[in-house]
Design a protein around this ligand. Structure first.
Ligand code: PMV
Length: 348
């Protein structure tokens, strides 16, 4: 085909076992496990036209209907990194329009949803241009592989539910190159989970995740972090299979603490949590002791707190959030998200 279009909606995800540090170009230092979300997502539409072959792809870019230099730059870097995998890109001019469902200023990482939606559009276009229609499984695996080149966490957003990225011996198809869904033998305790995101601070992070990954290279504690990451990835998978919510909580909260410890143990150290993050954590610990409910919390590389819990305790969690936690959120902002089925083609 000489021209055509495609559009995908792709969600963000929240890691319970974190990817933080690399051992090569976009190769994770340890496996990571995440839950794919629904409401925090990016919609990307892409039109393509054949053009004379050039050294790099050419494109026009709009974010929420407007020019955005920062996101355009990130898209350009991603397209450059995608060329080896998709050489046909050099023959195309792309019109890319993208928008986020969540406020750009909510302090929620958008790279997982935006890069995964771009990767899905590119793989779809490659399929149209080449006429090579692979099966669904191959299509999504290629998209996950491609997304990883732009943002590691984005490769997990290609699948719904609980997702593993990183090779673990004994886990079939697990790979450092792409993510795989953990839907087989998932215990029913982990089917309908929520992520209530308490937005403590919506400002731009002082250390980006790519700077953070680079800082890990000189972190003297990195090997311990990677080793515990490997053990925790395996433990989280065991928990997901056996229905052990306590084990998943232990792993999730340890991983959040060890991620933020790495920031403190960098040279120079940096701190991404805010006083309100700690106030919320203290409230959570107290509420868990008093109520006896089983749920987890985690943080990404920022100050916001993610509360992860099953549907069975939804009402109690919502009233706890509203009565005790919202007062610590910036302008009372929180995002009520839920585990999702993964990306959707939205071509009209
Ligand atoms: O995908 P990146 O390079 O933005 O790194 C993601 C890092 C964390 O969000 C902190 C952890 C994770 O595994 O999602």
């Amino acid at each position: 085909m000489k021209s055509g279009k495609t559009a995908w909606r792709s969600p963000s995800n929240i890691a319970v076992v974190k990817y933080w540090g690399k051992k090569g170009y976009q190769v994770p230092a340890n496996p990571s496990v995440s839950m794919t979300l629904t409401k925090c997502c990016t919609e990307t539409s892409m039109e393509y036209k054949k053009k004379a072959n050039s050294a790099s792809p050419s494109f026009d870019f709009l974010f929420q209907g407007e020019k955005n230099i920062l996101f355009e730059k990130r898209t350009s870097l991603f397209l450059e990194s995608a060329i080896n995998a998709l050489p046909s890109l050099k023959d195309l001019h792309l019109n890319i329009e993208t928008s986020n469902s969540f406020p750009h200023s909510a302090g929620i990482a958008s790279s997982a949803s935006s890069i995964s939606s771009l990767a899905l559009c590119l793989i779809e276009i490659n399929r149209q241009v080449s006429g090579n229609y692979e099966n669904e499984e191959q299509f999504f695996r290629k998209a996950s592989h491609l997304a990883r080149l732009g943002s590691g966490s984005a490769c997990r957003s290609i699948y719904g539910g609980w997702v593993l990225w990183g090779e673990i011996s004994g886990i079939e198809h697990s790979s450092d190159d792409y993510a795989i869904p953990l839907s087989d033998s998932l215990h029913r305790n982990f089917i309908n989970w929520y992520d209530s995101i308490l937005v403590v601070n919506s400002g731009v992070k002082q250390v980006t995740s790519s700077q953070g990954h680079t800082k890990m290279e000189s972190n003297p504690y990195k090997e311990i972090k990677y080793e515990t990451g490997r053990k925790n990835a395996l433990a989280s998978i065991t928990a997901l299979k056996t229905g052990d919510e306590k084990l998943l909580r232990k792993v999730t909260e340890y991983e959040a603490a060890s991620l933020h410890s790495m920031f403190l143990l960098s040279d120079p150290p940096y701190i991404l949590i805010k006083p309100e993050s700690l106030q919320i954590i203290n409230k959570i610990v107290r509420f868990r002791q008093d109520s006896g409910l089983e749920f987890s919390f985690t943080l990404d590389a920022g100050p916001n707190i993610h509360l992860l819990y099953p549907e069975s305790i939804r009402d109690m969690m919502i009233s706890f959030i509203k009565s005790e936690l919202i007062l610590f959120c910036e302008d009372g902002m929180w995002i009520d998200d839920i585990m999702g089925k993964g990306p959707e083609s939205i071509q009209k």
